[in-house]
Ligand binder design. Structure first.
Ligand SMILES: [Zn+2]
Length: 274
């Protein structure tokens, strides 16, 4: 007899070319079927386990709600919010807490700044972070360093494998220079509004992180803002190495592919590990 609880655990696997490995507490399926589905603007594949004559679903179904709740954080959730497309957000986080950022529909750039909560004049330093990582891309295990080469946060989980900290934030001004676009929303405007609420201003905007943004650099140094590589439900976990202030602009850019040409919501969860 297979319990419903056992059946439910390994059910959804999104965007992978290989079937999932069931967690050790799950009943091992007899096989897998790969079926096409779509969510938002994305076409993707879902692996469905087969248990004899039992099928969990007659048709694959993946909803935003399922992705928002999957996988669960291994700890106690103390804050959870869906940040709308184009919006900004800021929060003070204490040492030891983890911030999860979920790219709900995929290909959504999340421009992020980090400050030392005890002294906001000390903030995320992209150059120090790349030098100490010996890599221009951010990925799992990367430590995010400040101006004094001290850890602010650590990227403890990452389902994408590559994030940008070279290309900076979009602004109305560079949208005009690059695309002839006027009166558009921008991450710079979002940052200025968020920092204004924190008693800071434009001078406090350093080079930022762009989670889920694909900025390949070629061997001869060419840099491109390219189509995103993140799937719906991809996420990063960021552990606070000391008390920090995190500022986010859910990038409103529509003139290049950094947000898929159509900005979408993200989910922000703050949790305390067990
Ligand atoms: Zn932007």
């Amino acid at each position: 007899m297979i319990s419903k609880r056992v059946l439910s655990a390994p059910r959804i696997k999104v965007g992978s070319s290989q079937p999932p490995t069931p967690h050790r507490c799950c009943h091992k399926p007899l096989g897998w079927e790969r079926e096409a589905t779509s969510i938002g603007r994305h076409k993707l594949f879902v692996w469905q386990p087969i248990y004899g004559n039992l099928r969990l679903n007659s048709a694959p179904s993946v909803t935003l709600e399922q992705l928002m709740n999957s996988p669960p954080v291994p700890g106690q959730i103390i804050y959870k919010e869906t940040l709308p497309a184009r919006a900004y957000w800021h929060k003070r986080l204490n040492k030891g807490l983890i911030l999860r950022i979920v790219d709900l529909e995929g290909c959504q750039a999340v421009d992020t700044l980090i400050y030392d909560a005890a002294d906001p004049a000390i903030r995320y330093n992209a150059a120090n972070t790349m030098k100490l990582a010996k890599n221009i891309y951010l990925s799992k295990g990367c430590v995010l360093y400040d101006d004094l080469a001290r850890p602010l946060m650590t990227l403890t989980e990452d389902t994408v494998g590559r994030h940008d900290t070279l290309a900076g934030n979009c602004s109305r001004e560079i949208n005009m220079v690059r695309y002839g676009a006027t009166a558009s929303l921008s991450c710079r405007d979002n940052f200025i509004k968020a920092l204004g609420e924190l008693g800071m201003g434009p001078r406090d905007i350093p080079a930022n992180i762009n989670f889920f943004m694909n900025v390949p650099v070629s061997a001869d140094g060419q840099v491109t803002i390219a189509e995103g590589i993140s799937n719906p439900g991809d996420y990063v976990d960021l552990r606070c190495e000391r008390d920090v202030i995190v500022v986010i602009s859910n990038c409103p850019q529509e003139h290049n592919p950094c947000s898929g040409g159509k900005p979408t919501p993200i989910q922000l969860t703050i949790w305390r590990p067990h």
